[in-house]
Each structure stands twice: as structure tokens, then as C-alpha cells.
Design a protein around this ligand. Structure first.
Ligand SMILES: C[S@@+](CC[C@H](N)C(=O)[O-])C[C@H]1O[C@@H](n2cnc3c(N)ncnc32)[C@H](O)[C@@H]1O
Length: 239
């Protein structure tokens, strides 16, 4: 069972209490996608961002991908039957379609803003080979000059927060060797732990990830004016 299955039951409660600002993020993405594009979301989760994006751009040709059935089940309930959702792992993704834009909003990959203008790339895939395979699979699903977009979020830290329905969420970060860290998600009620998951992540410094992306034909283009997303674009096909 993958680690996100256990989190799925509590995911929406946590995310809608300020973990992500979906309103601002969807405004920013809607501005980028306003010219009617085909778009793939990597790690669509329960579809919270997708829902707002599709509301703002109903003509968008949207596909949501995720490898956790419990997350996709909620996305299906939220988004309805007409939205294209696929269960795949990015490491071996094969969709038989190319896209104008592929984006990851905390799903699989994202940037962490360390301080102003200093970013670290963060991956849900702790293994370097899996990252290379996944990014290659993504590049092969982009049209020429298509864009790959990563969200930006704050530094991971330990904290505890009260959620609706009498729940408490706590997260604990443990630094590991080789640029990895564990993030422990704990959901409890009245002191009783209902769910506890540890997910391992890998960090890459910005120059390292730019070089990895360059090697697969993706060049850095810009940080959006809303500062929420980093944009890369496909300048050549892989040989
Ligand atoms: C933090 S959630 C982000 C969900 C959504 N993008 C949002 O903004 O709410 C990360 C999602 O990425 C998915 N994910 C992680 N690794 C993945 C992989 N290797 N392939 C496909 N999906 C993956 C998880 O199942 C989870 O649903």
C-alpha cells in the first residue's frame, strides 16, 4: 500500500485549513492556461486545485494523474465523471498523448522557498534513478515548447494544528543523510492517534535540478509574477 492511502481520509480537512492557498494558486494557473490548453496535473490528489481551475477555465482540456486510488476516488467524486483522471505512477507514466502544459502542485515535485530568491527542489521520490525516469517520462509527454510547471511552498517544519471535527494534525521532520528527509504526518483526536504516516522526500539544489532538466531538453523559463510557480519549457526532444 502506498503511503498516501492512509492520509487520504484526512487530506481535504488539512489542505483546506491553509496548507495550500488553492484560490490564489488557481488564479495564477488560470492566467497561465487562459489560451485553452491541454493540461496534465501530476499528483492531482483529491482534485481540490483541479476543481477551482476547471471552474475558472471550463474549456481547459484537463487530465489529472495520481498513483493513489484512495485520492483518485475522492477526486472522481469531486470532479464528476466527465473529467479525465488516470491512475499511474509518474516513474512509468504512459498516457499516449502529449500536452501543452504539465504541472505539479505539491504532487511528486515542487520547489521550497528557503529565503527570498533561494529555492530548493523537493521530490516525493527519494531515489535519484526514479526522479530521472519520472522527469524523462514527463518530458516525453510535453509538446515542443510545452511547459513544465512546479509550485512553490514554504520550508517544512515541525508544528501542530487544530482541524475541524475535533482533529489535531502534527507533522515532524527528520533530516536524513543524502539530502533526504522524513516527514511524519500524525492525525489524532483527543490524544488518540488515528493515522500516522512517514513519507521520505529528496532535495536537490536549484542548479542541480536545472542541469538534470536541461539534459532532458527542459530549460528554465521564468518564475511567475505571482511567485507561486517555476516554469520550464521544452526546447528539444530527447534522442
Ligand atoms: C501533497 S498531494 C498534492 C495533491 C494536489 N496536487 C493538491 O494540490 O492538493 C501529493 C499527491 O501526489 C501523489 N503522488 C506522489 N508520488 C506519486 C507518483 N510517483 N506518481 C503519481 N502520483 C504521485 C500522491 O498520491 C498525492 O495524491
Amino acid at each position: 500500500m502506498n503511503k498516501y492511502t492512509g492520509i487520504a481520509d484526512y487530506y481535504d480537512l488539512l489542505m483546506t485549513q491553509g496548507y495550500y492557498d488553492y484560490e490564489t494558486q488557481s488564479d495564477c494557473l488560470a492566467e497561465l492556461f487562459k489560451h485553452g490548453k491541454s493540461v496534465l496535473e501530476l499528483g492531482v490528489g483529491t482534485g481540490l486545485l483541479a476543481e477551482k481551475l476547471i471552474q475558472k477555465l471550463p474549456d481547459l482540456e484537463f487530465v489529472g494523474m495520481d498513483f493513489t486510488p484512495a485520492m483518485l476516488k475522492q477526486a472522481r467524486e469531486r470532479l464528476g465523471e466527465s473529467v479525465n483522471l488516470v491512475e499511474q505512477n509518474v516513474i512509468s507514466m504512459e498516457l499516449e498523448k502529449t500536452f501543452d502544459t504539465i504541472f505539479s502542485n505539491g504532487g511528486v515535485w515542487y520547489f521550497i522557498e528557503n529565503s527570498e530568491d533561494e529555492y530548493i527542489f523537493c521530490s516525493h521520490l527519494p531515489n535519484i534513478g526514479d526522479n530521472l525516469n519520472g522527469l524523462r517520462r514527463v518530458a516525453s509527454h510535453l509538446k515542443k515548447f510545452g511547459e513544465l510547471i512546479f509550485s512553490v511552498q514554504g520550508v517544512h517544519r515541525d508544528y501542530e494544528q487544530t482541524l475541524p471535527q475535533g482533529l489535531t494534525y502534527a507533522q515532524k521532520i527528520t533530516q536524513l543523510p543524502d539530502d533526504c528527509f522524513d516527514k511524519c504526518y500524525i492525525f489524532s483526536r483527543e490524544g488518540e492517534v488515528l493515522n500516522e504516516q512517514i513519507c521520505k522526500y529528496r532535495l536537490f539544489d536549484e542548479e542541480e535540478i536545472r542541469s538534470i532538466l536541461r539534459d532532458i531538453g527542459l530549460e528554465f523559463k521564468e518564475i511567475t509574477s505571482c511567485r507561486q510557480y517555476h516554469v520550464y519549457h521544452k526546447v528539444c526532444e530527447l534522442s
